[in-house]
Write a protein that binds this ligand. Structure first.
Ligand code: SF4
Length: 292
């Protein structure tokens, strides 16, 4: 294997087996905040035990190792074709070694060739930057939580949601309500206000690359993020929908331009098994440092 393939294999292993520190801290704080002895507190304890077990045994945190989504920031002139080939080989190897379960099927026949590699799998997103570093971030996004993602077109008459931040708030909270008991909460929302339908969903997923403890530099969006988490956690939905104080661990909201004729709010829901890691590569393609 090349040094790049080895680095990407290790990135996949660690992403599948180890929850990032910021997410683990948020889960521990949420567990401590639940009423002791309640079903919610027990659910949070079981989640924590699963996390510890997976890390110690270097095995997947959840049996659904999810869609494999790479986000690569690279300088002008970087060989994206070689990276894509290395990423596909690393996914094949990771599947052979059991870091990834055999989760990817042909959409027409349902056939699973057992490699997790095929059209669109893994998904690769490249962005050029002026800086010389190559940063590779990886999300493993489970199917259950992906199913409760939602896209709203405002105005939304039934919800009384107009084309403003108050309307965005209404539809985001509606998505949380619709997801209750599904999607393996406590959840984390990635939200995009604006864009077209495709870029809206795409940008909402990119919000999940942010650290849970960061703050939005846009004051209105920062306020909306805090408000959504507080309001959702007062709904009583709780971990796995069992009731309790932790419905969301976080909400990350971005905005991109839209057409005057459209106003989409796109919401990606991440489950508690929030698998996200990243690395900066050295010149040889090896791991220079971890990003989370
Ligand atoms: S939604 Fe998340 S925790 Fe639930 S089964 Fe899928 S990957 Fe696992």
């Amino acid at each position: 294997m090349t040094e790049l393939q080895t680095a990407l294999l290790e990135l996949i292993r660690r992403t599948s087996a180890e929850i990032p520190d910021d997410v683990h801290r948020a889960l521990l704080a949420a567990g401590a905040n639940e009423q002791q002895g309640s079903i919610a507190a027990n659910a949070m304890q079981i989640i924590d035990q699963n996390i510890a077990l997976a890390k110690n045994k270097s095995q997947p945190i959840c049996q659904d190792t999810g869609s494999v989504l790479f986000y690569v920031d690279c300088p002008v002139g970087y060989d994206q074709i070689t990276f894509a080939e290395a990423a596909r080989e690393a996914v094949r190897q990771a599947t052979r070694k059991g870091y990834l379960r055999q989760n990817s099927v042909d959409s027409l026949t349902g056939k699973n060739d057992g490699t997790n590699v095929g059209p669109g799998a893994p998904a690769l997103h490249f962005q050029q930057q002026r800086a010389p570093e190559i940063n590779v971030r990886l999300l493993l996004k489970g199917g259950g939580c992906e199913n409760v993602g939602a896209q709203y077109s405002l105005p939304h008459t039934a919800l009384g949601a107009n084309r403003d931040l108050a309307g965005c708030r209404k539809v985001i909270l509606d998505a949380v309500l619709q997801a209750q008991g599904k999607g393996c909460g406590p959840g984390i929302l990635g939200v995009c206000i604006g864009g077209d339908r495709a870029t809206g969903y795409e940008y909402s997923k990119q919000q999940l690359l942010r650290r849970l403890d960061d703050r939005n530099p846009v004051p209105e969006l920062d306020a909306l993020e805090q408000d959504i988490v507080q309001t959702a956690n007062a709904l009583g939905i709780g971990p796995m929908g069992f009731g309790g104080r932790t419905t969301l661990l976080g909400a990350k909201i971005g905005a991109v331009n839209r057409l005057p004729a459209s106003f989409f709010v796109s919401i990606s829901y991440m489950c508690w098994a929030y698998r996200r890691q990243g690395v900066t590569l050295n010149e040889a393609g090896g791991i220079a440092r971890w990003l989370y």
